[in-house]
Design a protein around this ligand. Structure first.
Ligand SMILES: Nc1ccn([C@@H]2O[C@H](COP(=O)(O)OP(=O)(O)OP(=O)(O)O)[C@@H](O)[C@H]2O)c(=O)n1
Ligand SMILES: O=C(CO)[C@H](O)[C@H](O)COP(=O)(O)O
Length: 560
């Protein structure tokens, strides 16, 4: 799949061989310069939405600033007027930036609270509410939710080191064992900017809240980070108006270790707010200053533990590190008359992606030192570390799936990737009865032959259910349940009960095919069908819990 998307490009210090592809040694790449690829200016006018306190000390009357830095700390902001900005920055074509859109879930007319940094709102996954998150006022008092009933969250989405190979696995294992032994492993936290409005997506809902398979995009990103046990805190920057929506998502999908802070008007300002929440001098904060901080966009849901680990380890060693990808297209520089000025050598440039990681003190210092111009127009955190702390970032090869969901088509791509990921394993479940086991084994053999790219496994639905628990833990989302000579779904019911208890379907839809093998000589067809029609009702019921149930009747003559 080739997904072109606006990127910040970076020039790498090592010279790669000319020609196509990456070439060169990734291990030797270090950040030299950074620039805005498409030079987007997309600041949304928020005039009239802030109380005066939020803007004091910035530019009198400029209600757009929600910077929480101390008034006057950096002198007056240098935020130029639109015409000036566009003259200085390569402009996005006119008309591609729709105006400010309504926040999710609540009316816009109320003034928004100041973004001056409050202690982060620490959230614990709470009651399992299935309804839509309730709309609420921005900046409502910090929400502390109780632990989930029974303490059961969704099963972790896979072994910790899944996807890691060789040296990575060893490094991760060492990191983890140090972490669990409480030794020198650095403490790591993550900051997720999620305060954008997703204008390029062109839909009313900010893209991080857009549903993908009926679940908000940001929930996938949170899941990807929270399954990494060595990331202690995840600070998410969200606009005040979407704070309640975000809290609802955390509750509904039982996300853990999440704290919310208010976003700023630019990505850099949102990240800065997240960092401030982690800095040690925050009163009443439950967060601790980490040694290493990972910054990751909320709209890059497919980040794997291996790349997080690589950037974290590299940041510990070099002070800063970021994921890169080869450029898909050549980068050119247009002149003022709209003609080609020059083109860059594609082989010696890379697309800068996320995640990035930093020694906390380095990036915090960089954000404290940087200019308002940087905060307004900058797009590259690695560049801030270079410019203000002279820290040259280590560049780490990322996977193709790290791309940023930006346009509408990216949502479709994200959906396909998720579907592909959750379709990779099918488990056939049967009881230990002789007939069922026989049929189940035959089915397993057949599916193994037919489905080349799918892992086909089988398990027993025995009373203790140990097999099934193990399979659920392995994150299988597709089941074929074998019922021989029975139309009362006895086996299927056992499976559905176990699935419901596991909470597996909170995160992804689970597919269950209930197969019934019946001897047509024993019972009249009509009667069996009547029984099986009940499966429709049953399917409606479990659909509410994100389990998709289908019935399949195999009506056969029993051989004498
Ligand atoms: N004021 C902002 C702007 C952006 N972001 C976040 O930064 C990430 C990357 O930014 P981008 O893709 O540019 O998101 P948007 O600004 O929402 O998109 P667009 O530029 O199309 O409006 C996203 O997770 C976005 O929510 C943020 O936290 N605060
Ligand atoms: O890739 C990135 C940094 O390397 C960022 O995701 C990107 O720069 C965000 O910029 P913008 O908000 O302008 O799209």
């Amino acid at each position: 799949m080739s997904l072109s998307h606006p990127v910040t490009w970076i020039q790498i210090a090592s010279k790669s061989p000319q020609g196509r592809g990456m070439g060169g040694s990734p291990g030797r790449h270090c950040l030299r310069t950074a620039g805005k690829f498409n030079g987007t200016l997309r600041r949304i006018s928020r005039a009239g939405t802030l109380p005066p306190a939020a803007t004091a000390g910035w530019r009198a009357g400029d209600a757009r600033s929600r910077d929480s830095s101390p008034p006057g700390a950096r002198g007056p902001p240098q935020r130029p007027h639109r015409a000036d900005r566009e003259a200085r920055q390569p402009a996005r074509p006119l008309g591609t930036r729709p105006g400010r859109r309504a926040p999710l879930g609540w009316a816009t007319s109320e003034p928004r609270p100041s973004s001056a940094l409050r202690p982060a709102t620490r959230l614990r996954a709470g009651a399992r509410s299935r309804g839509p998150p309730s709309p609420g006022r921005a900046g409502a008092a910090a929400m502390e939710l109780g632990p989930p009933p029974g303490g059961a969250g969704p099963a972790e989405p896979g072994p910790r080191l899944r996807g890691l190979r060789g040296d990575d696995r060893a490094a991760s294992a060492a990191w983890l064992s140090e972490a669990s032994a409480g030794r020198r492993a650095p403490s790591v936290a993550a900051v997720l900017p999620a305060g954008g409005s997703g204008e390029r997506m062109g839909v009313p809902t900010p893209k991080q809240f857009c549903p993908v398979l009926e679940r908000p995009l940001i929930s996938y990103t949170l899941q990807a980070l929270e399954r990494v046990c060595w990331i202690k805190d995840i600070v998410v920057a969200v606009t005040g108006e979407n704070m309640e929506v975000m809290k609802g998502i955390v509750q509904r999908y039982q996300h853990k270790r999440i704290s919310l802070v208010e976003a700023g008007v630019t990505r850099h300002r949102s990240i800065f707010n997240g960092l401030k929440a982690l800095a040690e001098d925050q009163p009443n904060s439950k967060l601790c200053k980490p040694e290493v901080v990972i910054i990751h966009d909320a709209v890059r849901p497919f980040v794997e533990e291996d790349v997080l680990l690589k950037v974290a380890i590299a940041a510990k060693e070099h002070g800063a590190a970021g994921a890169i990808r080869p450029l898909v297209s050549t980068v050119i520089s247009p002149s003022a008359d709209g003609c080609l000025d020059h083109s860059l050598d594609r082989a010696s440039h890379r697309a800068s992606e996320m995640p990035q990681a930093f020694l906390f003190d380095v990036i915090y210092e960089a954000y404290q030192q940087c200019s308002d111009y940087d905060l307004e127009f900058g797009t590259e955190c690695l560049q801030l570390a270079l410019k203000y702390c002279h820290t040259k970032a280590k560049l780490v090869e990322g996977s193709p799936d790290l791309w940023k969901v930006t346009y509408k088509r990216d949502l479709y791509a994200a959906e396909s990737i998720i579907k592909e990921r959750i379709s990779q394993q099918i488990c056939i479940l049967m009881d230990a009865k002789e007939d069922e086991e026989h049929v189940g084994r035959c089915l397993e053999e057949m599916l193994k032959k037919e489905l080349n790219h799918v892992k086909v496994t089988s398990g027993a639905l025995c009373h203790a259910g140990r097999d099934l628990q193990q399979i659920i833990l392995e994150q299988c989302y597709n089941f074929v349940c074998v019922n021989v000579m029975t139309s009362d779904f006895e086996e299927t019911r056992k499976l559905l009960n176990a699935l419901e208890e596991s909470n597996l379907s909170i995160l992804y839809p689970v597919v269950v095919i209930s197969v019934h093998f019946l001897d047509y000589k024993l019972v009249p067809f009509g009667q069996k069908m009547e029984h099986l029609m009940q499966i429709k009702e049953f399917a409606k019921e479990v659909k509410k819990r994100n389990i998709l149930l289908c019935g399949l009747l195999v009506y056969y003559p029993q051989e004498d």
